[in-house]
Design a protein around this ligand. Structure first.
Ligand code: SF4
Length: 211
């Protein structure tokens, strides 16, 4: 557990270092963000953006996506990897959005989790970016860095989400997790964290334990 004041200081330093996080996936509608998030599993944002640029020309809405043949969809998204599963999820989600939500992407965690291929992490990204609803996105970076900093001792995404939420002001949940992801990518890598030059080392449990 990290004290509220410490988490505010950590966020302040991360904002100074990296600025406010901008969405890295390209999209124009909530539905398109959902598709991009599904495609981003095990794939870089750059690759996803290249693929969606073409994909959304022919199937940028749930209606058009639902009408697209699964084989065509698979071909269009093949380079993102795991394309069969992703195509199935996107196609079924599009049909569900048309059938049950009048063609509009739902805006609650509960409903988003019903869409095939959308887990808590994806739902938090969608809720945060599109609807401005705060949440803590727990990916591999948040999992690792929040443990090292001392926000949690858990390995379970849902528990990590709760532990981080308990220490960070609610309006900052989304920004916080995005900046932690950036910090994990740039400095606090899995194998060789650059602790000596880390702006958070005086607030880090792992670094303290090393000294
Ligand atoms: S001090 Fe090291 S372990 Fe702690 S956050 Fe910084 S890079 Fe990660």
């Amino acid at each position: 557990m990290v004290e509220r004041e410490t988490s505010r200081e950590i966020l302040k330093r991360l904002k100074e270092e990296y600025g406010e996080p901008a969405p890295m996936l390209d999209y124009e509608t909530p539905f398109q963000l959902m598709v991009a998030v599904v495609l981003s599993a095990q794939c870089t944002d750059e690759r996803v953006n290249k693929v969606t640029k073409e994909l959304f020309k022919s199937a940028g809405s749930p209606e058009k996506m639902a009408a697209l043949k699964i084989e065509e969809l698979e071909t269009l998204i093949k380079s993102t990897g795991f394309f069969r599963n992703k195509a199935k999820s996107i196609s079924e989600s599009s049909k569900m959005i048309m059938r049950e939500y009048n063609g509009k992407l739902p805006d609650t965690m509960e409903e988003l989790l019903k869409l095939p291929g959308v887990g808590r992490k994806s739902a938090n990204v969608i809720l945060g970016h599109v609807y401005g609803i705060p949440g803590v996105t727990v990916d591999t970076h948040v999992k690792r860095v929040s443990r090292r900093l001392g926000f949690t001792d858990s390995e379970q995404p849902e528990k990590i989400e709760k532990d981080v939420m308990a220490s960070v002001d609610s309006q900052d949940w989304f920004t916080f997790s995005n900046l932690i992801i950036t910090h994990g990518r740039k400095i606090c890598s899995a194998r060789k964290p650059k602790c000596e030059i880390c702006i958070l080392n005086d607030r880090c449990r792992l670094w303290r334990d090393k000294l």
